[in-house]
Every structure is written in C-alpha cells, then in structure tokens.
Design a protein around this ligand. Sequence first.
Ligand SMILES: [Zn+2]
Length: 82
Amino acid sequence: MISLIAFIVALLILVLPLLLQYLSERQSWNNGKCPACGEPWECFDMTSQGDLGYKCKNGHFMWMSYNFEKPHSENKLYKKES
Ligand SMILES: [Zn+2]
C-alpha cells in the first residue's frame, strides 16, 4: 500500500509540472490572441525542440511547447489514432 502511494506521489511530481506548463501556455495562447493587447499571435520561430515562438504587433512574445494552432492535425496531445 505504501509503495502504491509512493508511486502516485511520484507520478504527480512528474505530471504536475507538465500540466501546469500546459495550462499556463494555454492561458498565454488565449485562443490565438495576445492576452495583453488582444492582437493575434503570429508564429515567428521554431526551436530544434519544436517549441513555437509567437509575437504580436505590439512586441509581446511567448514560447510554447504545445501547438494550439492546429489541435486536430499536428498536435500529438490530441492524436487519438495509434
Ligand atoms: Zn500584445
């Protein structure tokens, strides 16, 4: 029983940062608009890790590791078929 609890705690420690990162990135993405000024995000760069850089007209920018722009085709999180 103790090992099961330890397993769940370890799982939470591993998953929680990813979940928090996902939620904060989703909040920053704001359905494709800059949360600070409401201008649409434009992708300007992609890192070798596949992180996407977005900027708006007013010079705000952010980096995302999830692709919210194409949730049904390219995002591995949403891919149901194996
Ligand atoms: Zn902005």
